[in-house]
Write a protein that binds this ligand. Structure first.
Ligand SMILES: *[C@@H]1O[C@H](CO)[C@@H](O)[C@H](O)[C@H]1NC(C)=O
Ligand SMILES: *[C@@H]1O[C@H](CO)[C@@H](O)[C@H](O)[C@H]1NC(C)=O
Ligand SMILES: *[C@@H]1O[C@H](CO)[C@@H](O)[C@H](O)[C@H]1NC(C)=O
Ligand SMILES: *[C@@H]1O[C@H](CO)[C@@H](O)[C@H](O)[C@H]1NC(C)=O
Ligand SMILES: *[C@@H]1O[C@H](CO)[C@@H](O)[C@H](O)[C@H]1NC(C)=O
Ligand SMILES: *[C@@H]1O[C@H](CO)[C@@H](O)[C@H](O)[C@H]1NC(C)=O
Ligand SMILES: *[C@@H]1O[C@H](CO)[C@@H](O)[C@H](O)[C@H]1NC(C)=O
Ligand SMILES: *[C@@H]1O[C@H](CO)[C@@H](O)[C@H](O)[C@H]1NC(C)=O
Ligand SMILES: *[C@@H]1O[C@H](CO)[C@@H](O)[C@H](O)[C@H]1NC(C)=O
Ligand SMILES: *[C@@H]1O[C@H](CO)[C@@H](O)[C@H](O)[C@H]1NC(C)=O
Ligand SMILES: *[C@@H]1O[C@H](CO)[C@@H](O)[C@H](O)[C@H]1NC(C)=O
Ligand SMILES: *[C@@H]1O[C@H](CO)[C@@H](O)[C@H](O)[C@H]1NC(C)=O
Length: 826
C-alpha cells in the first residue's frame, strides 16, 4: 500500500499533508443455480464443466474495506470503467470518496475515483448535491463544509447505504434517496425527493476534489436545456503535475417533464449569484451551479442526472453521455452493468457445498475488486495521440504485480492484453513504462520498475497469442530493456536507477531521492533483480540467449545485499540479513532487522517519507530477507539450510514479522514449499485468511491497494500462489471442494477438485493437506505447484487431501518448485 491512514507524510511540493466437479453436486438452493453446463471439447475424456454459481455478483459485498483505512470504492462502475460514481464523505480517509463510518457526513456524489489507494483523495470530481428545501434559492448552503449532512442510520447504527456491482444507493437524513449507476464514461444519478419537497434543487460542485480544490474552472449553464458544461484543473494524488477534466451534466424529471428549470445561478464558496450562467473572476475555491426544478405534480419527484466526463473536452463529455445513455433508463443501465459483472465473475467457479456463505462472499468480493482499476481511458488520453488502448490508474504496479495480474492470466487474458498494450504505448510516448500512475499523471515510484514483471507475466503466458491480441512482441521487449538499462532524468517517477544497477548490480547507499529520503536501496535492488529475472524469461522465449544470460546473472544481484553477519535481535540463530551497502561494497550502515516492523523499538515506518533513510520500503529487513522469488533454493543456502530456513519462517510468523498489510510479505506463507514442507504453508496461508480478511466494512488489513488484497484473497482461497513472470503456481488446498478457472481466449476450463475435502477448520488442523495430485487421472510430478500448461487445456486437477501436515512435495526430481540455482525455469 501507499501511505497508510495511520501515518502522515509531508510533501515539499504541495506543502500539504495526507495519510499518508465433474458430477452434479447438490447444494443449498440459495447458492447454486446450476442448470447450465457445457461440454469440454477434450479429445480423450468428455467431461462436463459445471456452473455452480450463475450470478456471482450476488455474493459481492462492495462495502468490505470501506472504513478503517481500506479505502475501497463501493460505488457504481463497470469492470475497469472510466466512470466510478460514488458517494463522497468528509472523512479524512476519503481516498475513494466513501467512508462507511456514520460519524462522517455526505458532501456529494462524484464521478471518477480510484479504489484502495493511499496518497491523496482525488478523482472525486464534479460532485452533485441535492437539497429537499432551502430557505430560499440564495440561502442554499453551497460550500462542502456547510452543505454536509449525515446519512440515515439503520436500527443497528450503521449507515443506510446499499451497493451491488454497478449500483449504489443511500438515504440522506434530508429524506432524499440517492441512487447511482454507470456506463463506461457516464454516470446516471437518481435523486428521489420527499413528497413535501416543493422546490427540489441540485448543486454541481465543479472544483472540490477530495481534500484539495481544483482551480481555473469554467462553466456554462443552459437553463432551457437543463444542461451544465464545465471544466477545471486538479492536482494528482501521489505525484507532481495537474490534470484537466471536463464534464457535461444533463437533468431530466423521471416520469414527468419539469419544463424549464425554475431558478439557476452560479455559486462560489458560500454565495449564490442568481441568474448567472458563467463565473466571473473565479480562479480557485469551491464553485459551481445551483438549479431549481418544478416538482412532479402527481407522484414522487425523481430527478435523473446524467453526467458525462472527459479528459479531452466538454463536447466529448456530452457525446459520451448522449451515446451511452440516450434513453435515460436507470434500470436498463443498472441491469447492463450487472450483466457485465456476472459474465466476468462467472469465469471463476467454486463449488459452495459445505462452505459457509461468508467464504463465498469473501471470494467473489475479492475477485470483484481486482476489476475496478486500472481504468480504461481509451480515447481519453490528453497527452498524446494514439490508436492504442489507454489505461490509467496503475496505483501502483508495486502493489499489483505479485498477484493481481497473474489472476488476470487465469481468467481475463483479453483485458490483460489491452493493459499490456497501453503500458507499452506509455513507453512509446513517455520513454519508460509506467510504475505508479493516476489521473494521467506519473506518480512517485515506491521501489522497482514493476511493469517489468507484469509485461513478462503476460508474455510468458501468452506469447503465442501476442500477434492475435495485437501486442507487439518486439516493442514489449524493447520497453523492458529500456526500463532495465536506460536511466531516466527522474527515476523517482519512472524507470530505474539503471546506471548504478548495471554497473554495480545493486543500489548503493548514498544518493537521495524523493524529498531527500533514501532511495529504498535494498528493496529496490531486490525488485530490480526479480524484474531482471522476469525479463530473462522473455528474452529466452524470444531466442535472445545472450540477453537471457545477462539478465539471469543480474537477477543474482539480490544476494549482493546479503550481510551474513547481521542477526535478528533476540534470535542469534537467525543469521544473515539484507542490508544497505556502500558504493565501495562495504556494509557500513546497520539497519536493525526489526526496523519498520511491529517489533521496531523506534516505531519507525518506511513509507515514502523524507525521514526514511534506511533503505527499505514498507517492510522490515526481516521480511525483505525472504524476497528472492526466483531463487529461494539459494536463499535457503544463505540462511543456513532447510532447518534454519523453516525456523526463520516460524519466527517471522510467531514474532509478527509477517505483515499482511503490505505486499512484500505476501509470498511468505507459501515459502515452506521450498523446504519440502507444504503442510506448513497450508497452515500459515489459511491462518492469513482467518486472521486478516473478513466480510465486514473493516475486513481488510489496510488499503486494498487497487485490488492487490482482493487478488491475494482469491489466490489464498483457491489454494494457489503465483510467481509472476513464470509458469508456476504454488499449490495448497482450496477452501472449496472445487475451484475452476475458465479462459475465454483458450475456450477451456481447468478444474481443481479436492478429493476428501472436509471443510475449513479455523485452527488449520484437519483434512487440508495435499497428499497427491493427479492430472486427468495421471499422477503429477509435484504436490507443491502446478504448471501453466494445465491452465491451457481442459484439465481436471485432482488433489487428494489428508490430515497429515508433514507430507512433502513428492519424491521425483521435479517435486520442489523451481529455483534458478537448482536449474529451474528452463
Ligand atoms: C468453446 O467450446 C465449446 C465446447 O466445446 C464449443 O461449443 C464452442 O463453440 C467453443 N467456442 C469457441 C469460440 O471456440
Ligand atoms: C432507503 O429508503 C428506501 C425507501 O424507504 C428503501 O426502500 C431503501 O431500502 C433505503 N435504503 C437504501 C440504501 O436505498
Ligand atoms: C418535509 O417533511 C419532513 C418530515 O416530515 C420535515 O422534516 C421537513 O421540514 C418538511 N419539509 C418541508 C419543506 O416542509
Ligand atoms: C422556457 O424558457 C424559455 C426562455 O425563457 C421560454 O421561451 C419558454 O417558453 C420556456 N418554456 C417553458 C415550458 O416554460
Ligand atoms: C402523471 O400524469 C401524467 C399525465 O397525466 C401521466 O402521463 C404520468 O404517467 C403520471 N405520472 C405518475 C408518476 O403517475
Ligand atoms: C488487432 O488489430 C486488427 C487490425 O487493426 C483488428 O482488426 C483486430 O480487431 C485487433 N484485435 C484485437 C484483439 O484488438
Ligand atoms: C550469485 O551470488 C552469490 C553470492 O554473491 C554467489 O555465491 C553465486 O555464485 C552467484 N551465482 C551465480 C550464478 O553467479
Ligand atoms: C563478518 O564479520 C567477520 C568478522 O568480523 C568479518 O571478517 C567479515 O568480513 C564480515 N562479513 C561481512 C559480510 O561483513
Ligand atoms: C517460534 O518459532 C521458533 C522456531 O520454530 C520456536 O523455537 C519458538 O518456540 C516459537 N515461539 C513461539 C512463541 O511459538
Ligand atoms: C476483520 O478483519 C479486520 C482486518 O484484518 C480485523 O481488524 C478485524 O478484527 C476482523 N473482524 C473480525 C470480526 O474478525
Ligand atoms: C493419494 O493419497 C491418498 C491419501 O493419502 C491415498 O489413499 C492414495 O492411495 C494416494 N494416491 C496415489 C495415486 O498416490
Ligand atoms: C496442453 O496445451 C498445450 C498447449 O496448447 C499443449 O502443448 C499440451 O500438450 C497440452 N497438454 C495436454 C495434457 O493436453
Amino acid at each position: 500500500m501507499l501511505a497508510s491512514a495511520h501515518y502522515q507524510w509531508i510533501t515539499f511540493f504541495f506543502l500539504l499533508f495526507f495519510f499518508a466437479s465433474f458430477l452434479f453436486i447438490f447444494a443449498p438452493e440459495s447458492i447454486v443455480a446450476s442448470s447450465q453446463s457445457f461440454l469440454y471439447p477434450a479429445a480423450s475424456t468428455l467431461v462436463r464443466a459445471e456452473i455452480f454459481i450463475q450470478n456471482p455478483a450476488e455474493y459481492v459485498l462492495p462495502f468490505i474495506g470501506t472504513t478503517n483505512g481500506g479505502h475501497v470504492f463501493p460505488g457504481a462502475t463497470l469492470p475497469h470503467g472510466m466512470v466510478k460514481a460514488g458517494l463522497d464523505t468528509n472523512s479524512p480517509d476519503n481516498q475513494a470518496g466513501y467512508d462507511a463510518n456514520p460519524m462522517y457526513d455526505a458532501i456529494g456524489f462524484s464521478q471518477l475515483h480510484d479504489s484502495g489507494t493511499g496518497g491523496w483523495a482525488t478523482l472525486s470530481n464534479f460532485k452533485i448535491w441535492p437539497y429537499a428545501s432551502c430557505p430560499s434559492f440564495t440561502e442554499c448552503p453551497t460550500h462542502p463544509t456547510k452543505r454536509a449532512v449525515p446519512r440515515k442510520l439503520l436500527p443497528d447504527g450503521s449507515v443506510d447505504d446499499a451497493a451491488s456491482p454497478g449500483y449504489f444507493a443511500t438515504n440522506l437524513s434530508t429524506d432524499i434517496r440517492v441512487e447511482l449507476t454507470a456506463t463506461h464514461r457516464t454516470a446516471l444519478h437518481r435523486y428521489t425527493f420527499p413528497s413535501n419537497s416543493t422546490e427540489p434543487r441540485l448543486l454541481l460542485d465543479l472544483t472540490t476534489d477530495g481534500m484539495k480544490q481544483g482551480y481555473k474552472p469554467t462553466m456554462l449553464i443552459e437553463p432551457i436545456k437543463a444542461r451544465i458544461t464545465g471544466d477545471a484543473w486538479f492536482q494528482g494524488s501521489f505525484g507532481p503535475g495537474e490534470f484537466h477534466l471536463f464534464t457535461c451534466v444533463d437533468f431530466k424529471g423521471e416520469g414527468y417533464d419539469f419544463g424549464n428549470v425554475t431558478e439557476y445561478g452560479s455559486w462560489h464558496m458560500h454565495a449564490v449569484e442568481p441568474n448567472t450562467i458563467t463565473f466571473s473572476g473565479v480562479y480557485s475555491g469551491a464553485a459551481g451551479a445551483v438549479l431549481t426544478f418544478s416538482p412532479a405534480t402527481n407522484g414522487t419527484t425523481s430527478i435523473l442526472t446524467r453526467v458525462g466526463v472527459s479528459f479531452i473536452s466538454s463536447a466529448q463529455a456530452c457525446r459520451h453521455a448522449e451515446e451511452e445513455i440516450p434513453d435515460w433508463d436507470f434500470e436498463r443501465v443498472q441491469s447492463d452493468a450487472l450483466g457485465q459483472w456476472n459474465e466476468l465473475l462467472r469465469r471463476v467457479q467454486i463449488d459452495p457445498t459445505g462452505v459457509d456463505e461468508e467464504t463465498v462472499q469473501l471470494f467473489y468480493s475479492g475477485l470483484y475488486r481486482t476489476h475496478i482499476i486500472p481504468a480504461d481511458y481509451t480515447g481519453e488520453n490528453p497527452r498524446w495521440e494514439s490508436s492504442e488502448p489507454y489505461y490509467d490508474s496503475y496505483y501502483c504496479n508495486w502493489d499489483t504485480f505479485r498477484t493481481l495480474f497473474p489472476l488476470f492470466s487465469l481468467h481475463d487474458p483479453e483485458r490483460f492484453a489491452l493493459i499490456t498494450r497501453a503500458m507499452i504505448d506509455i513507453w512509446r510516448f513517455e520513454g519508460w513504462l509506467p510504475e505508479c500512475r493516476g489521473s494521467t499523471l506519473k506518480y512517485w515510484i515506491q521501489g522497482g520498475s514493476n511493469a517489468d514483471p507484469i509485461l513478462s507475466e503476460f508474455f510468458v503466458k501468452y506469447h503465442e497469442y501476442a500477434a492475435l491480441l495485437n501486442v507487439s512482441a518486439s516493442d514489449l521487449y524493447d520497453s523492458l530493456v529500456t526500463d532495465a538499462e536506460v536511466e531516466p532524468g527522474n527515476w523517482d517517477l519512472q524507470g530505474r536507477q539503471a546506471t548504478e544497477w548495471v554497473n554495480l548490480n545493486y543500489i548503493p547507499d548514498g544518493r537521495s531521492g524523493y524529498g531527500g529520503a533514501s532511495t529504498r536501496q535494498v528493496s529496490r535492488t531486490l525488485e530490480y533483480a526479480f524484474g531482471d529475472f522476469t525479463i530473462s524469461q522473455v528474452a529466452k522465449i524470444l531466442g535472445k540467449t545472450t540477453d537471457a544470460a545477462k539478465f539471469t546473472l543480474r537477477a543474482n544481484g539480490s544476494f549482493n545485499m546479503w550481510n551474513s553477519n547481521t542477526t535478528l535481535p533476540g534470535f542469534p540463530s537467525v543469521t544473515g540479513m539484507m542490508q544497505l551497502k556502500s558504493k565501495d561494497g562495504v556494509f557500513d550502515k546497520y539497519t536493525d532487522p526489526r526496523h519498520c516492523s511491529v517489533n521496531d523499538p523506534k516505531h519507525a515506518t518506511c513509507y515514502l517519507d523524507p525521514s526514511n533513510h534506511d533503505g527499505f520500503y514498507e517492510a522490515s529487513p526481516a521480511v525483505y530477507s525472504q524476497y528472492v522469488p526466483h531463487d529461494t533454493a539459494q536463499l535457503i543456502n544463505f540462511q543456513g539450510g532447510v532447518d534454519k530456513f523453516i525456523e526463520r519462517l516460524d519466527i517471522l510468523f510467531n514474532q509478527s514479522y509477517f505483515a499482511v498489510t503490505n505486499e512484500p510479505s505476501h509470498q511468505i506463507p507459501f515459502m515452506y514449499h521450498y523446504a519440502n514442507r507444504p503442510g506448513l504453508s497450508t497452515k500459515q496461508s489459511r491462518r492469513v485468511i482467518f486472521e486478516s480478511f473478513n466480510t465486514s466494512i473493516n475486513g481488510l488489513p489496510g488499503n486494498d491497494d487497487s485490488g492487490a488484497m482482493g487478488s491475494y484473497t482469491v489466490f489464498l482461497l483457491s489454494g494457489l500462489y503465483p510467481i509472476p513472470g513464470t509458469k508456476q503456481f504454488l499449490l495448497s488446498s482450496p477452501f472449496f471442494p472445487t475451484v475452476a478457472f475458465s479462459n475465454p481466449l483458450f475456450n477451456t476450463t481447468t478444474t481443481i477438485k479436492a478429493v476428501n475435502w472436509a471443510g475449513n477448520p479455523p485452527d488449520g488442523v484437519g483434512t487440508v493437506y495435499v497428499s497427491n495430485v493427479t492430472i486427468n487421472g495421471v499422477p503429477y510430478k509435484s504436490n507443491c505447484y502446478l504448471e501453466w500448461d494445465l491452465f491451457r487445456n481442459n484439465t481436471l486437477v485432482e488433489l487428494t487431501l489428508s490430515d497429515d501436515p508433514t507430507l512433502g512435495c513428492g519424491s521425483g526430481a521435479d517435486a520442489l518448485p523451481p529455483s534458478l540455482s537448482t536449474g529451474g525455469f528452463d
